[in-house]
Design a protein around this ligand. Sequence first.
Ligand SMILES: Cc1ncc(COP(=O)(O)O)c(C=O)c1O
Length: 362
Amino acid sequence: MNREEVFNYAAGPSVLPVPVLETAASELLNYRGTGMSVMEMSHRSKVYLDIFNETKQKFRDALGVPESHEILFLQGGGSLQFSMIPLNFSAPGDSVDYAVTGRFAGIAADEAERYCTVRRVYDGASTNFAHIPTQEELDLDPRAKYFYYCSNNTVMGTSWKYVPDTHGVHICCDMSSEILSHPVDVAKFGLIFAGAQKNMAPAGLTMVIVDRALCGYERDITPLMLSYQRQINKDSMYNTPPCYNIYILGLVLDWLKTMGGVTGMEKFKHERAAIVYNYLDESKLFKPCAEVESRSDMNVTFRTGDKALDAEFAAFAQERGLLNLKGHRSVGGMRASLYNAMPMEGAVKLVEVMKEFEASHV
Ligand SMILES: Cc1ncc(COP(=O)(O)O)c(C=O)c1O
């Protein structure tokens, strides 16, 4: 298949902007007259340090990260943050609060339980994770060392529309599947992290934004590489950073600017997701999985209610160039991930194909 014939709805790694891939391709063998690929450069070289520092600044500008917060380029995926957070922000015997609104928040809570007492201040299992709690539904502890939540739940397709008021307890947030898709008041957070492979770059880079005032209190057992303070001291170069991914992130941030930055992206993503949700709300065949108020603009989940029919639709869509619509293996159904780089036509085409399928099945 040609690229022009395909829409890729994968949940991550996922679609990247075409202009980014074109620039990367044109610079692949010889980056701006250096005679080298970015992949081949020393991370200590002047030319690479310029890429690194410019990308960091572009990220700070794009999200409005205040000077109180450090930006780190790490590895280990979102999953390593599940360990780094309790290792850096809790002591043995401490109690921490977790809102379990989906698969990855649940894994993060399980991991934290290895180190401290975890209070599950909300557990969405009873609603099959279709619901995001209101402030009143959160049973928050004012003495908790931190409060943790996942702002966009990739698997069930739900998202938080507000930042909870924790009365001073600092907030750690997994924004892996929605970072850079809307403005964020970063000052409200102690820490934000996001794996790059959805809205930012290829897999292998994890962005961390952390309030410097919270760092330097990690447990004695914390591996040096997993200490936020050490990573701050070394400007993310305690070891070799994921150099090429950082370069791609820089290109993605340039592209984001042409889309009106995070404010432009917020409007765009909302319109794009509405195209699909509006159809789902009327469809007699497909049913959306998430509650209306909890719906994610990034991951749209739906099903027919019949596993065989779901599989038939995924195959039908694939034949028409609509790839990776199968839902996560833990929940089944379908999932269309509409990340930043997904053009509006990706939503339009999806609805077109769903209508065609529905017409022949009801
Ligand atoms: C919201 C969220 N958090 C964490 C993860 C885990 O990330 P990683 O595979 O980079 O460890 C994922 C993976 O898809 C995710 O969607």
